[in-house]
Structures are given as structure tokens and as C-alpha cells.
Design a protein. Structure first.
Length: 266
């Protein structure tokens, strides 16, 4: 079982939501945390609390689409002799719009952040992990990385892509002590729907009812760390939304009937 005590973890999307919750849980293990996200002020707030919980912290702010800044951050950290034991990918964006009304530029934006941004920082750190004898990579997919529902075409596609990439990477790194854990959360009470983009690229600005009533980010963080400690390859959790994964597998006819009728904002 993985021991978090005293290890160094790089967390993207650390300024809010699940990433913030995981940062606080890891801080209790007197870890060293590198916190990344776009909002440097919010990262500073998270870093302060992590320090009070016992962690040493470092902020590296960047947008997941800014590969040059991301690589500079990685180069700076590694140049300081920091050994990265784990990368936890929580940065991302959601979408709320019908596919037929959504310009491809919006699809590209979602893919750039959720897929290409995640694999970019993974590729930047993976050689370092392999050279140091192994490491942990946590990837945030979603239940809609397993199936598609209305108003999530680009978001769902980006999460499906993560599954394909990281399952291939898991096979390629077999024997190199690289643990890859793919998270498949359902409804978690975060700001993901508020910050989702619409067909115009503007913020959706509405808290989905199911989101508001979802599992807390704190409980989500505890589930994640328990699963990581046990070496789980996939972690499906987060309320009724997870049931559709099982229905799709065992009762596909019922799934396709339900998927076209589910109001994904409830």
C-alpha cells in the first residue's frame, strides 16, 4: 500500500474543487505539495491552509493550454532538485451545449484543456519519474468518460480520450513502477457547472441541481486517497450518476433509452 508521508506531489487544478480537497488531505501527511492552476491568489489561499496542516508548499501557476509556461515550471522545479513522487491531474473545464449548435472551436478548447493539457504535464514529468524508480499519476476522468449524455459532447469526448491515452500508457510503463489511477466521479459539489462553457464560449453560470446536491469535495478526496493507497486502477464513485455505467454494461438497450431522456442539469 502506498505511503504518502513525506512525499512530494504535484497537483493541477489545486485552487478549487476536488484538487483543493485532495491538497488538504495530502497536507495532513506532512507532504511537499506543488500547487498549480490559473488563479494565483486562490492557490496562495490553498497553500496557506496546507502549510497550517503540516505541508511544505510551492506555487507554480499556469494555464493548461500554455505549454511553454508549463514546461518552464517543470524545468524550474526539477532544476531545484525536487523529486516528484506523484502527479495528480484535477485541472479541467466542462461544457453545456448541444453538439449541433456548438462551433468546433469550443470542442477544441475543451480538448486542449482537458486532454492535451493533462497529457502535456504528464509527458513533462514522466521521464523524471521513470528515472527515479517510479511514481504515481492520478487522472480525473468522469462517469461521462464511460458514456455520453446530453449537453456534454465535447466534455465527454475529452474524458473518453483520457481513458484511451492513460490505459495505453499503463501498458507501456508496465515494469517501471508507474501507478496510474483513473478517477470516474459522478456528481461532486464543486463549481464545475458554474465554470462550464457554453456554445459561445461564455461561462454557463448555473449550478446544476445534481451538482449542488452531490458528494462534497472533501469526501471525494478521502475516497481518492484510499483508492490510490490500495493501488486501484479505476475509481468509480459519486452517487446515482454512476449507476448508468453499470446499466450501459449489462442493459445497453435500457441505457440508450435513458440517455436520450435524462435531463443532465438535474
Amino acid at each position: 500500500m502506498m505511503n504518502f508521508d513525506g512525499k512530494t506531489f504535484w497537483i493541477t487544478g489545486a485552487s478549487s474543487g476536488i484538487g483543493e480537497g485532495v491538497a488538504y488531505e495530502l497536507a495532513k501527511h506532512r507532504t511537499q505539495l506543488i500547487l498549480s492552476g490559473r488563479n494565483e491568489e486562490a492557490l496562495a489561499r490553498v497553500a496557506d491552509r496546507c502549510q497550517t496542516l503540516g505541508a511544505a508548499t510551492r506555487i507554480e501557476a499556469f494555464d493548461l493550454t500554455d505549454y511553454e509556461r508549463m514546461q518552464a515550471a517543470v524545468d524550474s522545479v526539477l532544476a531545484d532538485g525536487v523529486k516528484i513522487d506523484g502527479l495528480m491531474n484535477f485541472g479541467g473545464i466542462s461544457q453545456r451545449s448541444l453538439a449541433v449548435e456548438t462551433p468546433v472551436e469550443i470542442d477544441r478548447k475543451v480538448m486542449e484543456i482537458n486532454f492535451f493539457g493533462t497529457i502535456a504535464i504528464t509527458k513533462a514529468l514522466l521521464p523524471h519519474m521513470i528515472a527515479n524508480g517510479g511514481g504515481l499519476i492520478v487522472v480525473t476522468s468522469s462517469v461521462v468518460g464511460k458514456y455520453g449524455i446530453t449537453f456534454r459532447s465535447a466534455y465527454s469526448a475529452s474524458k473518453h480520450a483520457l481513458h484511451g491515452f492513460f490505459e495505453s500508457l499503463r501498458a507501456e510503463t508496465a515494469g517501471k513502477n508507474i501507478q496510474i489511477t483513473i478517477l470516474e466521479p459522478g456528481r461532486i459539489a464543486t463549481n464545475v457547472s458554474l465554470n462550464a462553457i457554453t456554445k459561445t464560449g461564455e461561462k454557463y453560470g448555473i449550478m446544476d441541481k445534481g451538482q449542488a446536491a452531490g458528494m462534497s469535495a472533501e469526501e471525494s478526496a478521502r475516497i481518492i486517497l484510499r483508492a490510490v493507497r490500495r493501488g486501484k486502477k479505476e475509481v468509480l464513485y459519486g452517487g446515482k450518476a454512476t449507476l448508468l455505467v453499470h446499466i450501459r454494461k449489462w442493459l445497453p438497450g435500457l441505457f440508450y433509452f435513458l440517455a436520450s431522456r435524462v435531463d443532465s442539469t438535474k
